[in-house]
Write a protein that binds this ligand. Structure first.
Ligand code: XLS
Ligand code: CA
Ligand code: CA
Length: 437
């Protein structure tokens, strides 16, 4: 079998003192943290679309990156060689999982039947490579945003014929995800939004999106696909205003259409920041509402207002992110998918390794620091204390919904001005810094 990354050997853990750029300094897959192996806590996945199909194109110019596996004129040969290269990469990096869109792995043809045949051919190869290497599928998904037929959306398209096309595509993508043993299936609303209200019936579009998701729920039962469904919020790009704006608007949508029992959220860091939140805010929102599922691990650039999908390196985010995730009981069917791409100037194959090693080490440090914080509980103790008034009979009565305005007034007239207490933000930030080893 040809080697696509001959210059790189299997990436090993060498510890924090190592100066080898092609070694992990912090991610030691079999090391136990809180009684569980790091690999099982972190469930790292490589994303196919950025790492194997993204060639550095931006709105001002085409790709800059040339890879040995995409040089053929035959698109199916490119698809096969790319899949081989991807599994060589996954194995050398030592990740447990990968993720893909249907159209990343196999080229679309003129007719749906031929498109599906091509997909089956590449999926058969992926299945073989999964068996050979032990790398598993974290989730599959469908690309319903690149082809021109989807310019006005998929499930929210004004035309039922386009809706039907989208539904057929999801049907097939769910079948292949099941065949590959995927732990989940993601719905990201690529162009499910609008560019102008002048041509948009928003209420109807939302109803149609719910119809698509209900069909998927029914089909999941029918084919006995046991994976978890995820919705991935994003506020804008490609449409001006996407319906799945953030964790809270996805939650409202799921509640309105009785979909909560069937979906969890896949929170992408850079999408949360585009929505004017932090990554941590959307994680905490999902957790507080029982809908946290998985993470697309990346970061944006505060000076660029778009979805830059950079590899995660910010330790505050990885520490606090893992702290929130661990507090919620950790990943179950989800994981950390690197929905991130190397920069346009990072043109060498080795850059792909540096990028992933950095992201994996950053989350490994996050995991270890979060575990220490959970052991010491500096913030939990403070938060518990801050809300302790609610544990009194008076507080409990309000929480149980048994109190009235008249009782609140009587209490206030009797007790006068409430005692207030410091929020201690600076102290707490100093404590957090102590956990960055
Ligand atoms: C795009 C999204 C997309 C989803 C999967 O911004 O992040 O890649 O994760 O369709
Ligand atoms: Ca994503
Ligand atoms: Ca993104």
């Amino acid at each position: 079998m040809p080697q696509y990354f001959p210059e790189v050997k299997k990436i090993k853990y060498e510890g924090p003192k190592s100066k080898n750029p092609l070694a992990f300094k912090h991610y030691n897959p079999d090391e136990k943290v809180m009684g569980k192996k790091m690999r099982d806590h972190l469930r790292f996945a490589v994303c196919y679309w950025h790492s194997f199909k993204g060639m550095g194109a931006d709105p001002f110019g085409p790709g800059t990156i040339l890879r040995s596996y995409n040089q053929s004129d035959d698109p199916m040969k490119v698809a096969e060689e790319t899949m081989q290269a991807a599994f060589e990469f996954f194995t050398k990096l030592g990740v447990e999982f990968w993720c893909f869109h249907d159209r990343d792995i196999a080229p679309e043809a003129d007719k749906l039947a031929e498109t599906n045949r091509r997909l089956d051919q590449i999926v058969a190869l992926a299945k073989k490579l999964q068996n050979d290497t032990g790398v598993k599928l974290l989730w599959g998904t469908s690309n319903m945003f690149s082809h021109r037929r989807f310019m006005a959306g998929a499930g929210t398209n004004p035309s039922p014929a386009v809706f039907a096309y989208a539904a057929s595509q999801v049907k097939k993508a769910m079948e292949v995800t099941k065949y590959l043993g995927g732990a989940g299936y993601v719905f990201w609303g690529g162009r499910e939004g609008y560019d102008t209200l002048l041509n948009t019936d928003m209420g109807r579009e939302l109803d149609h999106l719910a119809c698509l998701l209900h069909m998927a729920v029914d089909y999941k039962k029918k084919i006995r696909f046991g994976g978890q469904f995820f919705i991935e919020p994003k506020p804008k790009e490609p449409t001006k205003h996407q319906y799945d704006f953030d964790a809270a608007s996805c939650h409202a949508f799921l509640q309105k259409y009785d979909l909560v029992p069937h979906f969890k959220l896949n929170i992408e860091a850079n999408h949360a920041t585009l929505a004017g939140h932090t990554f941590l805010h959307d994680l905490e929102y999902a957790l507080a509402n029982g809908i946290f599922g998985s993470v697309d691990a990346n970061r944006g650039d505060p000076l660029l207002g778009w979805d830059t999908d950079q590899f995660p390196t910010d330790l505050y985010d990885t520490i606090m992110g893992m702290y929130i995730i661990l507090r919620g009981g950790g990943f179950k069917t989800g994981g950390l998918n690197f929905d991130a791409k190397v920069r346009r100037q990072s043109i060498d194959p080795v850059d792909l390794f540096h990028a992933h090693i950095g992201g994996m080490d950053a989350f490994a440090r996050g995991l270890k620091a979060a575990a220490r914080m959970l052991k010491d509980k500096p913030f939990e103790k403070f938060i518990r204390d801050r809300y302790k008034g609610w544990n009194t009979p008076f507080g409990k009565k309000i929480e149980k919904g048994r109190a009235t305005f008249e009782q609140m007034e009587a209490y206030t007239l009797k007790n006068g001005e409430p005692r207030i207490q410091s929020g201690r933000q600076e102290l707490l930030e100093n404590i957090l810094n102590e956990y960055i080893d």
